[in-house]
Design a protein around this ligand. Structure first.
Ligand code: SF4
Length: 324
């Protein structure tokens, strides 16, 4: 088994809530609240959860695109939360991000040549002809053609634009790519093409991905292991097959029961969750899921369950398993 390339320990991101005439801090939104996990080299770790569960904030905090409030983020053994901005700038060669909306993340006034060539320039490739050559090579790697270099983002389809985003992320030979809902803005038929491309690139360039998405089928397609987040916390983490076939946490069970089953002979029992997701500005005490959990016990509203192992590779934060 390969070594962890990334270790996240006790990561927190709290956003202050300002109120009153003087704009004083009157509370905080706990977008990410004590999240820990690791990612092995060459692995694809999926992170799923409903919108607002903190999965995208986790991704951006790891890259320090937003500053974490607390916690450790070790990349290749070094805690990068302590890095200076200059060290972070250099590190961004190794750690990249692909965003959900390729159109919003590509400057509409720049040609593909400039968009994909920019990270090369930032990281020291001064020669225009070298950049031109590398951009064309990158476009071919992601399934576009070299003549696309002179075009503008609006001249491409959604899937092609995401290929441009991937080419830009690959420019400086990164080791880790955080993919933040990279296919959710795309048609289903295009989604699988992009997912297949990402898998091929992982194998060809020995990449490691954190793949963030709300769609459990998409995450199942691409991930080796999957973590489930609820209200800023990781509630379950396991190898993909174990998580999808034998989910432990009641929230994971409910999420999976809502995924349509392609085989009409399989009838699934749907778990209907009562109530809305509580506000992360005022999360429930104890287990954050207790207000909606069909198995809630007295202890659940009082004591926060530890995120602990149920076996070697399967972790869960739930009092139903904590005694084991
Ligand atoms: Fe449900 Fe309690 Fe487990 Fe939370 S700790 S998921 S409320 S059983």
């Amino acid at each position: 088994m390969s070594q962890p390339i990334l270790e996240v320990k006790g990561l927190k991101k709290y956003f202050p809530i300002q109120g009153g005439v003087f704009g004083k801090t009157v509370g905080e939104v706990k977008a990410v609240d004590d999240v820990s996990f690791h990612v092995r080299e060459g692995e694809i770790l999926g992170i799923v959860g409903e919108s607002g569960c903190g999965k995208s904030t986790t991704g951006k905090s790891i890259l320090r695109l937003i500053e974490p409030t607390e916690g450790e983020v070790k990349f290749e053994g070094k805690d990068i939360t302590k890095f200076s901005s200059e060290d972070m700038r250099k590190l961004r060669r190794d750690m990249q991000i692909i965003f959900q909306d390729p159109y919003a993340s590509l400057n509409p006034r720049h040609t593909v040549e400039k968009i994909v060539g920019e990270p090369l320039l930032v990281h020291g490739m001064k020669s225009k002809s070298e950049r031109k050559k590398r951009v064309r090579q990158l476009l071919e790697i992601v399934g576009l053609s070299s003549y696309h270099a002179s075009r503008y983002p609006h001249q491409f389809s959604g899937g092609q634009r995401q290929r441009i985003g991937i080419a830009r992320a690959l420019a400086n030979h990164p080791k880790l790519i955080i993919c933040d809902e990279p296919v959710s803005a795309l048609d289903v038929s295009v989604q699988s093409q992009i997912l297949n491309l990402m898998e091929e690139l992982r194998d060809e360039f020995q990449l490691t991905y954190i793949f963030i998405a709300h769609d459990l089928s998409v995450v199942k397609h691409i991930s080796d292991r999957v973590g489930v987040m609820y209200l800023g916390r990781m509630v379950e983490l396991a190898e993909k097959d174990a998580l999808y076939e034998e989910p432990k946490h009641p929230y994971t069970k409910a999420l999976l029961s809502a995924v349509p089953e392609p085989d009409p002979d399989i009838v699934k029992e749907r778990v209907i969750l009562e109530g809305d997701v509580p506000s992360p500005a005022n999360p429930p005490t104890g287990c954050a899921f207790h207000t909606r959990c069909p198995f809630a016990m007295d202890i659940c509203s009082q004591v926060r369950p530890e995120f602990g192992p149920v076996d070697d590779q399967h972790f869960v934060a739930c009092h139903l398993y904590n005694d084991k």
